[in-house]
Design a protein around this ligand. Structure first.
Ligand SMILES: Cc1cc2nc3c(=O)[nH]c(=O)nc-3n(C[C@H](O)[C@H](O)[C@H](O)COP(=O)(O)OP(=O)(O)OC[C@H]3O[C@@H](n4cnc5c(N)ncnc54)[C@H](O)[C@@H]3O)c2cc1C
Length: 375
């Protein structure tokens, strides 16, 4: 939807084909932390007013090691901040604006398939409401997430995949309770990682590291709260307000990159090409920077006929992607319990956190990455 906005603003016709209903997408709880560059981009498109009214600017985060907390002050270190504003809300703002402008969005498209990707006239076929339809286009943007079809259009002898599967997942709970802290708390603990996050003053988002194939339904709310409170600093544990969960789910953690991000007239963007564990809060932000580069390249192509930026799209996007993959891997490795780790790895984790707690240089590097590298 963001790519669609950027293209319409550049006067480039496009159609969004979405397999789900609008209601489904707007209710799919995911990201909550957006980088400064992402919120600036939304503002520049006239999509920032509700975000600025209802979102929360966070100037830092708390990191806790075995229940002992320290703060990393982004504002002070790099003069940048992040915004806490749900992906569901960004999605609503994008739909409201796109639907309001009458831009074509096909919802509930089934059996979406890409054709003639390397030929002059690619097209997409799908069924909607039992009717078959096709759309011809100059270019296809594969923005259909990790489980979409686009990436599979790149032949396996061309595609190179890089993957790290982490031996754990995150159990996330959404509850209509006041957040325990006005900023995020990232906790490393021998029992496993925990994260205290939020969506608004009466909506909290909490996560605990769990075994990857845990069935969320097999955990009672009370078990979740008890486990969470064991892993976070005392002060937060004792002041936390708990309540019934309104959503509980388990997310596997993986780092994954598929190269190239372009094949013929198909351009991949976002989770279709890469996945990061949510520890660094980078996934949505990477999808935004990818489509920003892609929209710029397509704008050049339609304004002066030059395809140079389109040819460079994949390489340019991947340079930023790999830095976010590195940062997310670093945060994950530093903060989670790895059951196959030996004494040496435990000492390395302890030392990494000790160094981060005491070094302005280390905190500056973290702040620079967390608030987002430029795009
Ligand atoms: C628990 C959790 C927490 C997260 N926290 C953060 C965070 O704090 N910050 C952050 O930046 N990121 C976070 N992320 C990651 C972020 O949600 C994703 O990286 C982001 O949604 C990627 O956007 P995308 O548009 O590439 O893919 P998606 O959001 O997955 O969108 C792809 C769309 O394509 C549709 N689709 C799929 N297949 C097809 C098909 N065949 N045909 C047509 N349509 C199709 C899907 O329905 C979907 O609407 C988190 C993710 C999770 C799961």
């Amino acid at each position: 939807m963001l790519l669609s906005h950027l293209l319409w603003r550049a006067g480039i016709e496009n159609v969004v084909i979405e397999q789900r209903s609008r209601e489904y997408v707007e209710a799919r709880v995911r990201a909550g932390v957006i980088e400064q560059g992402t919120s600036d981009l939304l503002r520049s498109l006239g999509l920032g007013s509700r975000m600025d009214r209802e979102g929360f600017v966070h100037e830092g985060v708390t990191i806790s090691n075995n229940r002992s907390p320290f703060r990393v002050d982004f504002k002070h270190l790099v003069d940048r901040v992040v915004m806490v504003y749900g992906q569901t809300e960004i999605q609503k703002d994008l739909y409201d604006s796109g639907v309001g402008a009458g831009w074509p969005i096909v919802f509930e498209a089934e059996d979406v398939q890409l054709h003639a990707v390397t030929e002059g006239q690619p097209f997409v076929s799908y069924n909607v409401g039992g009717e078959a339809a096709t759309i011809e286009a100059d270019y296809l943007a594969g923005c259909d997430g990790f489980h979409g079809v686009s990436r599979h259009a790149i032949p396996s002898d061309v595609k190179r995949e890089y993957e790290r599967l982490y031996p754990f997942g995150w159990m996330g709970v959404l509850s209509e309770t006041p957040p325990v802290s006005h900023e995020l708390i990232y906790s490393r603990h021998p029992r496993g990682f925990a994260l205290c996050s939020m969506r608004n003053p009466m909506l909290s988002r909490y996560y605990i590291q769990c075994v990857a194939d845990t069935d969320a339904a097999s955990w009672t709310d009370q078990q979740f709260w008890d486990e969470l409170r064991r892993r976070i600093p005392d002060e937060a544990a004792s002041s936390m307000v708990i309540g019934p969960s309104i959503e509980k789910s388990v997310t596997p953690l993986r780092s994954y990159v598929a190269e190239p991000m372009q094949w013929g007239n198909l351009y991949l963007a976002g989770d279709a090409a890469h996945i990061v564990p949510p520890t660094g809060a980078k996934g949505l932000n990477l999808a935004f920077s990818d489509v920003y580069y892609l929209a710029e390249a397509l704008s050049q192509r339609y304004s002066n006929g030059s395809t140079t930026a389109l040819e460079d799209y994949g390489a340019k996007a991947l340079r930023r992607v790999w830095k976010a993959v590195r940062f997310s891997w670093w945060m994950t490795t530093m903060l989670h319990t790895f059951h196959d780790a030996g004494d040496f790895e435990h000492r390395m984790q302890e030392t990494e956190l000790d160094y981060l707690a005491g070094s302005v240089a280390a905190q500056t590097a973290m702040a620079e990455n967390y608030t987002g590298l430029p795009f």
